[in-house]
Write a protein that binds this ligand. Sequence first.
Ligand code: FES
Length: 143
Amino acid sequence: MSGGDRTATQALSLPSLRLCAAADLEERGRAWVWDVLEYGRPARAFVLRFDGQLRAYMNRCVHVPTEMDWQPGEFLDIDKRVILCSIHGAAYEPRDGRCVGGPCGRGRLTPVAVAERDGWVHWYPSRDIQPVPLEAPASESPA
Ligand code: FES
């Protein structure tokens, strides 16, 4: 379990959703990015493997609330040591999402609870971060 201990613990009692094969996430490689609803609004989250552990966060920089990957699923810097925001270069520690350089100040990425099980990566929706419904609700027809 990773992505923040408190969130992970809270999420344990909730059902998980399968994201991708565990083998799809190579060490310090491309992240898996997926759509979620955060507080009911469309957003994206990502999970990558770092030092053998899954690390998952909302794809939103603390500096300005925008997505950070410089290519789809590419979050790590060239040395693959930090998560680097492509906009102004904020650097985050992959192990805990803490800002370690650049304009993110004392901020921290929002963790998402994930786990590796039976060869698959699962994520755990929370009260605030929910899956996108498979089908949008049908709009009401005018009377
Ligand atoms: S938006 Fe990420 S560093 Fe400015």
